[in-house]
Design a binder for this molecule. Sequence first.
Ligand SMILES: [Mg+2]
Length: 235
Amino acid sequence: MRRYDWVLIDGDNTLLDFDAAQAQALGRTMEARGLSPTPEALARYAGINQALWDAYARGEIDRERLRAERFRRFGAWLGWRGDPAAWDREYMAALGECGALLPGAVELLAALKPHCRVGLASNGSTQVQRQRLEGSPLLPYLDGVFLSQEMGVNKPEAAFFHRAMAALGAVPERTVMVGDDLLSDIQGAVNAGIDSIWYSPRGAESPLPTWRVTRLEDVAKIVLGERMRGNEASQ
Ligand SMILES: [Mg+2]
């Protein structure tokens, strides 16, 4: 028997290959500045960016501060002197052009579509996410697109989930949140009082999610009721 009728699903690193998009957009904008996008530099930027997004998810900084700060910190590490705000603008434009999907993303939404109503639930910037969704093969499978910047509230706040659920006509007991981020996606689901499926492709573990999967295709099995309950879903 089907377990969930409504699915909220994260975008970056759940459906969209954010790591690839980030490397591509960063590489392009570094080269434009005569900088070499070495693996060490990419890893450094990713660490700076993730720390700022974590601070954002905890409500410690706002989006403008995040955007102003990441290329200032990265530039300082590189010993680069230039305008971090201009770099950020170029980077965001480049990011919007990189809409690579994770393997199995379209197949997952196609499997869910006949049975569930599905909403994209993302903290990513409106500019970038709208640009990537335009013409994306994901779009025909989505019943709603919920972007925190447009909603005025972010994951993991309960209000984000409650508003998205209200828009979809969702019943909490029959709704599940799917995502790769323990804080914004999984703690968010806990805050909102709904079940969660943690997409943990590297096999990391946590007691927080209702379910844990290492492969995207297993999400459909859980939602459609083909798997037993519990964290063992990944094994
Ligand atoms: Mg994500």
